[in-house]
Design a protein around this ligand. Structure first.
Ligand SMILES: NC(=O)c1ccc[n+]([C@@H]2O[C@H](COP(=O)([O-])OP(=O)(O)OC[C@H]3O[C@@H](n4cnc5c(N)ncnc54)[C@H](O)[C@@H]3O)[C@@H](O)[C@H]2O)c1
Length: 360
């Protein structure tokens, strides 16, 4: 008897479920909007206006998800959107995310990431339909132990820069609402956090982001500019990460007491590679330029090695990463080439999602 994969279970479970996603106009949000559309969920998003040239705009995201444009700091508007929609499940992506921008705007970062999360949980408390909430944080919540460490969920949290520390606050806020108000309430609302690694996928348009700048260098036949070529990071397909989030929420829906926890969502060990190795994989599939130049590092000091130990998720969830770094790099380059050839982004995204559900 064949064992169903998480993707298959998610495809069946989410059909007709009501999902509220914050940050749906961002990179992960755009892919999740398309994924939820493909598997027949009834989804609503709440986020700021999509940025010019964003993937959400390019795939006409508003045709795939009910889209509400609003600020997470606006408690009244957020609560109204959530309570009117009456979702089963909430997935929280909305955050100010760019390391350098967070460093230069700490107050805005904390208002959005910290108070935005408090606003969301307060709204959740007054919306009785909700069965569980998943808060997406990052591998940057772990205190840097130095070279070669792979972080487990039980490891100490700690991060100095405003992005990391705001994400740590989100972890604590989720735990407080879980223990004081939601899981302990007679409604027994599940609450989890997912600590994700760097995700790779087509349409990541932000110039300052690594993947986008590498692809553009290939096209222009320019040297690839790298801040930290030797930095080791866990790299993962955006589809595997989203499938992980959907698995946690599905399992919390079925058994909130068992699955309300902290979960590392990252690649298998083969996906923990240096920045330069990822560039070389992309170069191999694109047949692009191999030269690179080292550029000035950000004002934020980034750890040289950051890896996630996903043993707990592999053992306790029914999820595992399904795409290797090679498959992920190949899909990324294919996205880019088809985009350059004039195929619509919505068609490429939907095909890659359908292939994911078919092949997994
Ligand atoms: N992309 C990655 O590699 C990665 C890795 C680890 C964790 N994460 C986490 O995943 C989540 C999504 O990341 P992403 O890469 O899609 O980011 P993104 O910057 O592409 O999207 C951020 C989203 O949050 C929304 N947002 C920002 N400020 C808001 C506000 N004040 N009110 C309402 N909405 C607001 C934006 O409108 C956008 O929809 C974030 O929480 C991020 O910390 C991302």
């Amino acid at each position: 008897m064949s064992i169903k994969k998480a993707s298959q279970k998610n495809k069946e479970f989410y059909k007709g479920k009501k999902i509220f996603v914050t940050g749906h106009t961002g990179f992960k949000g755009a892919w999740l909007s398309a994924m939820l559309h493909e598997i027949g969920a009834d989804a609503m998003g709440y986020a700021l206006t999509p940025e010019n040239d964003s993937l959400f705009e390019k795939i006409d995201g508003a045709s795939l998800i009910k889209s509400i444009i609003g600020d997470i700091r606006d408690f009244g508007k957020l609560k109204e959107a959530l309570c009117n929609f009456k979702p089963d499940i909430v997935i929280h992506f909305a955050a100010h995310v760019f390391l350098n921008s967070c460093f230069n705007n700490p107050r805005y970062t904390y208002e959005t990431n910290v108070m935005g999360t408090v606003n969301l949980f307060e709204a959740v408390r007054s919306c009785k339909s909700i069965k569980n909430v998943l808060v997406v944080t990052t591998d940057k919540v772990y205190e840097n132990k130095g070279e070669g460490a792979l972080y487990k969920e039980t490891d100490r949290l700690g991060g100095i820069d405003p992005y990391s520390s705001s994400k740590i606050c989100m972890e604590f806020i989720a735990d407080t609402y879980k223990q004081c108000y939601l899981l302990t309430d007679k409604r027994c609302v599940g609450v989890s956090t997912a600590r994700a690694s760097n995700v790779i996928g087509g349409g990541d348009h932000i110039q300052s982001r690594l993947i986008s700048s590498i692809l553009n260098s290939f096209v222009q036949n320019k040297d690839v500019e790298l801040r930290n070529p030797d930095q080791v990071r866990p790299w993962q397909s955006v589809l595997d990460a989203l499938n992980g989030y959907l698995s946690i929420s599905r399992l919390m829906y079925q058994s909130p007491e068992i699955y309300s926890s902290q979960w590392n969502i990252g690649p298998l060990k083969e996906g923990i590679r240096t920045v330069l190795e990822v560039v070389e994989k992309m170069q191999y599939y694109y047949k692009g330029n191999t030269r690179y130049v080292k550029t000035e590092a950000f004002s934020v000091v980034e750890s040289k090695t950051l890896g996630l130990d996903i043993t707990k998720s592999l053992k306790q969830l029914d999820w595992e990463p399904e795409l290797s770094l090679d498959q992920t790099s190949q899909a990324l380059v294919e996205f880019f080439k088809r985009q350059q050839a004039g195929e619509s982004e919505q068609s490429i995204v939907m095909r890659q999602i359908r292939d994911f559900f078919k092949n997994c």
